[in-house]
Design a binder for this molecule. Structure first.
Ligand SMILES: Nc1ncnc2c1ncn2[C@@H]1O[C@H](COP(=O)(O)OP(=O)(O)OP(=O)(O)O)[C@@H](O)[C@H]1O
Length: 327
């Protein structure tokens, strides 16, 4: 659906995007993530044909990005989407439906269906009097008014409360199930991890990792072992139930912890493996210098004593390696 080859954008000598290449399949949800200033918006705008690349090419289906005909197949949601404050959701969508020559009855059906799905109330209220979440829903509905094949969403959940965010993410998934291709950027990597089929991680204009989240985890993440002991051992932390935890990154280190526990009169009570989240991998990668700046890109992620054990999402990747005392 999308082919991007060596895309580059330079603003007055400043390299905002440096030689990006990737492909997005039809029906795929593709995430573009990275810290502020990484080049996400610039990439999305070049895909949408809103800014000219300095070099390279982006093709969407049979069109070059920027071809006016391609726009008919595109729904673009900018990060900031100021709406015409005096219009109502219905009049606003009608306005855009007319721009795309969508027949009246079809436009009404699409608009009401999307508003229903997004549970948008007050469809005749002035947009200027609506909350940020409601406005975002209207902007999302606008992106669908021409029934596009491709949706490019820049931070779709920006500024939304968790409930509305979930709505938007679920809706994104439904759109992909209906065959739409979705490219979106996001800061919240948990959202990306939960919704995207594949991602690219950008930093300072460059793609520094790509693939499905499990692929990225395999290539760039490091499994850590959380060893629980009945006594305190060097570098362990109490976990509140009388046990202590030491985080290590290989099995030899696990055995050293076991020896330390036994020589202190205790034992290893449990060992859990923990897969890093996309967020942890991202923080590790994005914190590294670029190739031009240094050569220690290979440094490994160090398990930190602050790695938290307790709750839900954080530990989604954690599994028990040994259920009880080993040996
Ligand atoms: N019109 C412009 N003129 C000059 N520099 C620009 C322009 N647009 C973007 N930049 C610069 O290009 C770099 C990439 O910007 P971009 O908006 O693509 O990043 P981003 O990853 O979307 O960041 P954010 O998460 O903060 O939205 C930034 O350093 C930004 O300051």
């Amino acid at each position: 659906m999308i082919t991007v080859e060596n895309l580059r954008k330079t603003y007055e000598g400043f390299p905002a995007v440096v030689g990006s290449s990737f492909e997005v399949d039809r029906g795929e949800i593709f995430g573009v993530v990275g810290p502020n200033g990484a080049g996400k918006t610039t990439t999305l705008k070049m895909l949408a044909g809103l800014i000219e690349p300095t070099d390279g090419a982006a093709r969407v289906g049979e069109f070059d990005a920027g071809d006016p005909e391609m726009r008919r197949h595109l729904g673009f949601l900018p990060e900031e989407s100021p709406l015409y404050e005096d219009m109502t959701p219905r009049s606003y969508l009608r306005f855009f439906a007319d721009l795309y020559d969508v027949p009246y009855a079809e436009a009404t059906r699409r608009m009401e269906e999307t508003f229903d799905r997004l549970e948008l109330e007050h469809r005749e209220r002035r947009l200027g009097d609506m909350s940020k979440g409601m406005k975002r829903k209207v902007a999302i509905a606008r992106s669908l008014v021409n029934d596009p094949d491709l949706l490019i969403y820049d931070e779709p959940a920006s500024g939304l409360d968790p409930l509305t965010t979930n709505y938007v993410l679920e809706f994104t998934r439904e759109l992909a199930e209906r065959g739409k291709t979705i490219v979106f950027s996001a800061h919240n990597l948990y959202h990306v991890e939960s919704v995207c089929d594949r991602v690219v991680i950008m930093n300072r204009g460059e793609i520094i990792a790509r693939g499905t989240v499990p692929e990225i985890r395999e290539e760039h993440g490091e499994t850590t072992y959380h060893v629980f002991t009945t006594v305190s051992v060097p570098d362990s932390d109490p976990v509140g139930d009388g046990r202590h935890r030491r985080v290590v990154d290989d099995m030899d280190a696990v055995e050293s912890v076991r020896a330390a526990a036994e020589s202190a009169g205790g034992e290893v009570d449990d060992i859990r493996t923990r897969e890093p989240s996309l967020e942890e991998i991202f923080l590790d990668l994005a914190g590294r210098p670029t190739a031009e700046e240094g050569t220690d890109r290979g440094r490994s992620r160090r398990p930190s004593a602050g790695d938290d054990e307790g709750d839900g999402e954080e530990n989604a990747g954690e599994t028990a390696t040994h259920g009880g005392p080993a040996k």
